[in-house]
Design a protein around this ligand. Structure first.
Ligand SMILES: Cc1ncc(COP(=O)(O)O)c(C=O)c1O
Length: 456
């Protein structure tokens, strides 16, 4: 029987490390961390979790308000997935990708059933970024064209090509990156100048018109694909409305490029639908990248779903791609078990319903506090954008800079109150596991309420 507490202590070279301070100092001394300077790294420790909670090495409980990195959709410690991993590990631990295995076939079949109509074949990777690299490769090889259109305010991963594709500042470490990415303006009605004096729908249309103009400038015959997050994620959930997404489908049809939808973050119920793009049933993806919620992070796995048409190109052409750990049988078994959990426990429906409660609670907070400039999202996927002044919309902490006061104080307050979440610039993300209940959502809202109130 799985006992989360039994794994709460571990030894390194025989030395027990049980307290938080020791764990942090040894992690800092012996390991290198990502996306922050080493000196600024001040992590929460984590020893075990259960559902929407996890515990640090001193026994402090945290509400996991970001599902770790927007991936732990089924929550911590789910016995069904743990059992599936254990059973698969007992049977077949590894198979090179050129061999056929049962969990790989089963997961491919299940994904065909839950992804949008027309996506029929899965290519499995080891995570999100290599799903994106391969999706772009599929598009470029199958069309024989070079360019991929993406957005400025998007993130697609940290490998070389994926990092160029994501237009948000995380790409800047890697400039100029690959030469075949072209970035598009964003449907960010709260801040993009094109929305000034326009309704949201009019602004969305103006963005689509600008995209069309860029397509002309770049040469429609050179464009392999347009790549968009199915639902905008860590760049700040700037999603656009129906006009924008009708425009996307209009451009795809008119110019004949492929559409790559990145569901790495927004897939598997995060936004209250199976996939973010399911909010726009008229949009027809040719390729879909996924990871995160595919296994809820229990084992690394990503994938690319593709249409018959894309797959057909490779019937007689070699696809140059694949890694040693592609199609990993334990990861595929974890994926199968995850999909069973989504289905058996109706987690997509829960995200949809609970999302209404989350939205209502955030709207209440926005009515109470001037510091909330805007809330955006769907399902269990929201962001609060904080401002110094509602009229000027000056951000509470500047764009693309280390957090300044009072945003820093807010982040520290959330942590102090036992909430772990993703906070950057002037944004606080709200993305709890899909196994959350109304009581958990209310707990989270209460913590946010107190922290925003304390801003004074
Ligand atoms: C939308 C999106 N695409 C791709 C990725 C990259 O995934 P990974 O970190 O698994 O490589 C991320 C990661 O956050 C993401 O949010």
């Amino acid at each position: 029987m799985y006992n989360a507490r039994s794994i709460s202590k571990f030894s390194l070279k025989g030395k027990q490390m049980t307290d938080h301070a020791t764990l942090v100092s040894q992690n800092k001394e012996y390991t290198f961390t990502s996306w922050t300077s080493q000196n600024a790294w001040n992590p929460i420790s984590i020893t075990h979790g259960e559902g929407v909670y996890f515990w640090d090495a001193d026994g402090k409980r945290y509400l996991d308000w970001s599902s770790q990195l927007f991936n732990l959709n089924i929550g911590h410690g789910h016995p069904h997935v743990i059992r599936a991993i254990q059973e698969q590990a007992g049977k077949l631990q590894y198979a090179m990708p050129s061999l056929a295995t049962e969990p790989r076939a089963r997961l491919g079949q299940m994904l065909r059933d839950v992804t949008p109509a027309g996506l029929t074949k899965a290519f499995f990777t080891t995570g999100g970024a290599d799903a994106i690299e391969n999706a772009m490769k599929f598009a470029r090889l199958s069309t024989g064209k070079q360019k991929i259109l993406t957005r400025y305010r998007a993130y697609h991963g940290a490998t070389f090509g994926a990092m160029t594709a994501g237009g948000d500042p995380r790409r800047l470490a890697n400039e100029p990156g690959v030469p075949w990415i072209v970035r598009m303006p964003d449907p960010y009605s709260y801040r993009h100048p094109v929305y000034r004096g326009r309704t949201e729908a009019e602004g969305d249309q103006a963005i689509v018109d600008m995209m069309e103009e860029i397509i002309h400038f770049e040469g429609p015959n050179n464009i392999a694909a347009l790549m968009l997050e199915g639902f905008s994620g860590t760049s700040g959930i700037m999603q656009g409305g129906e006009t924008y997404w009708r425009g996307v489908e209009y451009l795809r049809e008119k110019y004949g490029f492929l559409l790559i939808i990145d569901e790495v973050l927004s897939g598997f119920g995060r936004t209250g639908e199976w996939f973010g793009i399911d909010h726009y049933p008229w949009v027809k993806p040719d390729l879909m990248a996924m990871a995160k919620g595919l296994t809820s992070g229990y084992i690394p796995l990503g994938g690319v779903m593709m249409t018959e048409k894309v797959a057909h190109h490779f019937d007689d052409n070699v696809f140059y791609g694949g890694l040693t750990y592609s199609d990993h049988p334990i990861a595929c078994a974890a994926g199968v078990a995850n999909l069973e959990v989504y289905q058996n426990e109706k987690l997509i429906e829960n995200s949809h319903e609970l999302g209404k409660k989350l939205r209502a609670g955030l709207v209440d907070l926005a009515e109470k506090y001037e510091a909330i400039g805007e809330i955006r999202g769907a399902g269990l996927h929201y962001v609060i954008e904080l401002v110094k002044n509602r009229d000027t919309r000056e951000p509470l902490s500047p764009y693309n800079s280390a957090m300044t006061e009072p945003m820093k104080k807010l982040a520290a307050n959330l942590r102090e109150q036992g909430m772990s979440t993703f906070v950057k610039w002037n944004l606080v993300f709200c993305a709890p596991p899909l196994v959350a209940t109304e009581a958990h959502i209310q707990d989270g809202l209460n913590i946010l309420d107190r922290a925003i109130k304390d801003l004074g």
